[in-house]
Design a protein around this ligand. Sequence first.
Ligand code: BG6
Length: 553
Amino acid sequence: MVSPARLGRAKGKRTGAVGGLKIELRAGVGHAAGVVGDYKKDGISVARLDDGGKSLAPCTIVIFGASGDLTGRKLIPALFHLFCQGQMPERFRVIGFARREKSDESWRAELRAGVDEHSRPPRREKSTWEAFEKNLFYHRGDLTDAAAYQSLEKRLSDLEDMSLRANLVFYLAISPTLFGETVDQLHGSGLLRRQKEGEDFWQRVVVEKPFGTDLASARELNSHLTRHVRERQIFRIDHYLGKETVQNIMMFRFSNALFEQLWNREAIEHVQVTVSEDIGVEGRGGYFEEAGTVRDMVQNHLLQILSLVAMEPPVSLEAEAIRNEKVKVLQSVRELTPEDVARQVVRGQYFAGSIDGDARHGYRQEDRVAPESNVETYVAARLFIDNWRWGGVPFYLRTGKNLPLRASEVRVQFRPTPNVLFAKQADLQPNALTLRLQPDEGIFLRFNGKVPGNSMEIRPVRMHFGYDAEFGAYTPEAYERLLLEAMAGDATLFIRRDEVETAWGIVDRIRAGWDDTPLSNREFYAAGTWGPETADDLLARAGHKWHNPQAAS
Ligand code: BG6
């Protein structure tokens, strides 16, 4: 999931997990790298990447939606961490664009408080923040007002450093209804142009989710954006792709012959992808009433995980090669008719309950939610990928709010051994591999072992690799990685036009199957349980059972 160019950018030395192989990075700021050799360390073969290549160019990041939650909680803390690690370009500016009246100083003070609250430890020296905040500026303006963009243009042109004027990242952390208009305005003011081949300077647009609300609106938005810029200037965010463990899915698969050889319909019986959350809609009732879980989580995060788990090996680690393979998976997902949806997709909505003794409202009692709402807060689906590798293997996806705990994992269940030697032991478990994406990141392999003693009793045992134990507790925030990639112009971790549209096609067919029918009694679940009972039926019909993630140890 990561190109060598990106892996090698960190200042100093970084190590990364690639299954059992360690990749050690020895690179300076902004350096592209290629694998130059292997050596042994602690008995483990380490592939070393070189530090050749060009630097991250100086640039200005303009954040639209500068007063918003995302900016304070995620974007600025991420940029600050990159700065602390020496990973920002040598010269950079961050300009926050929003409607409220603020000065540079008051915006900086606000952001400082946000960093103190949301940043992960360790705390930084005051002087580091002071050095960082010198690069932060606030620009007051209305997104629909051409004059605001002209004054932004003037402000940028007044900068002495030409690169800071010319290399621009426009981050749209705003209402999706304004994506199109903002890009029109940027184009109109001369700030955003279609990139020509071989140009030294660049402008990029980073678009937050949701990217459309269905296939038609996503297509329209894509056509709108590409009127002014090329596809390669558009960086569509799915923050799951910025997660270290999600990137590792591809590394794990393609660097370990042991697993890759078994990664197919011959050896695998079914796959379960679970993304469970222990929170409700958290004050976002208004948004959720429009979105529902299938659009909020399945269209993006779950289908992205699915495509990484099921993709063929790419021809290289270039962005387009990887994205080509991912989109093929989505294109191979068997189309669901309304009858299939009734059989293969389950939705649910939470009612009042409790999690760890903490009482939770029902969804219908949440703020800005209709008292009779039929919007789903839980989805489980059984999908088939109709290609050579996966023909006939069910992929079960599920995600929900107010489930017992927060955990994301991929569980690969292998086929059982022939029932010959241990036929008497009725509960013999097949092998299973679990990629734990968050929290308690790691990989578990379950196999069977003989219980010591005179009997022939067998029971499941586990092998466990934990990120913390192997690499230390530091796991970079997804947004750090994504911002770095956007500045570097590597689109590997962003969603391409055809990917987003194909994913919407899948979701649209699911929603068409539901056809606005009200939820039945069996589709409700108490907050703090693992979803509606219909979700258990979905697997039971095929003789399968959900494997519920365990709490972090
Ligand atoms: C967002 C959804 O994309 O992902 C939220 O809009 C959800 O509803 C969040 O809570 C989950 O992200 P994470 O990183 O906490 O797993």
